[in-house]
Design a protein around this ligand. Structure first.
Ligand SMILES: C[S@@+](CC[C@H](N)C(=O)[O-])C[C@H]1O[C@@H](n2cnc3c(N)ncnc32)[C@H](O)[C@@H]1O
Length: 261
């Protein structure tokens, strides 16, 4: 039924009167039933679009979200600026909690001069990310590590930029999420601890040792978390450069420079 899942949008209109065969209708009805049971469309078709690129998804990974495209855009603009500096070494970036690999792979595609590392705790998610990297032909420039945050990264690695879209839902709120998220996104990708902020505390204290002096971290956060996230980083000696809004007008990412040692 692959051809049913790959009809370009324009063809839907140009081919409006097309009569489906009985096997096609049977397959389509099964898909509509799954969607009616609140399974996300991306799981039914097996892929999601992020920054104009296609990523395979499975129940092991968070479905890439449109608001995370803001983080990707800010990160590739910053990496492209670094790469243009005369005499500079090729920049390196670390993606923390890579999931499908959407951020790491997008940065590798948009910034050919950059070396990308990505960490992820879930072995099943890593397998999806590795396969997506192969699909995009950039496996040689994205190195994946199974790691609890930064713990298992080789000791000598330092980065010009760290990006992260960590789990940021407060544990008590998980049950209130819409069924598409609550029942289908992995809990590991959502659960940010009792107040949703556990990963920011860890990043603020663990990331400086992995950044070149005064280099930048960019992280996504949830609705109404901007002040608390900024305070966590500020209290650990970071300089907040910007809190940026997503296209819906909500504060969504923090851009901060690491403490000076
Ligand atoms: C919100 S998802 C983001 C996935 C992807 N970066 C994106 O933006 O779509 C968070 C990811 O962090 C991973 N994760 C959770 N705890 C982790 C930990 N302690 N160390 C590394 N990765 C972790 C989850 O498995 C999940 O893939």
């Amino acid at each position: 039924m692959a051809e049913l899942l790959q009809v370009p949008r324009l063809k839907l209109y140009l081919d409006f009167e097309r009569v489906l065969t009985e096997p096609q209708l049977t397959a389509l009805r099964a898909m509509v039933k799954r969607r009616a049971e609140r399974e996300p469309l991306q799981h039914i078709v097996g892929s999601a679009c992020f920054c104009g690129l296609n990523f395979a998804v499975s129940p092991a990974v968070l479905i890439p979200r449109p608001e995370t495209e803001l983080l990707a855009e800010r990160a590739w603009e910053s990496l492209q600026r670094l790469a243009r500096q005369p005499g500079s070494a090729p920049p390196s970036v670390l993606d923390v909690g890579t999931g499908s690999g959407c951020l790491a792979i997008t940065l590798a595609v948009k910034c050919p001069a950059v070396t990308v590392h990505a960490v992820e705790i879930s072995e099943a998610a890593l397998a999806v990310a590795i396969s997506n990297a192969r699909q995009h032909g950039i496996s040689d420039r994205v190195l994946f590590h199974q790691s609890d945050l930064l713990a298992a990264l080789p000791k000598e690695l330092r980065f010009d930029l760290i990006v992260a879209n960590p789990p940021y839902i407060a544990t008590p709120e998980l049950e209130t999420l819409q069924p598409e998220v609550r029942n289908y996104d992995p809990r590991l990708a959502l659960d940010g601890g009792v107040d949703g902020l556990a990963f920011y505390r860890r990043l603020a204290s663990e990331a400086p040792a992995r950044l070149h002096s005064q280099s930048t971290l960019m992280a996504e956060f949830g609705d109404n978390q901007a002040d608390a996230v900024a305070e966590i980083f500020r209290s650990q000696g970071w300089t907040i450069d910007k809190l940026a809004r997503d296209l819906a007008g909500n504060l969504r990412i923090i851009i901060a420079r690491g403490p000076v040692y």
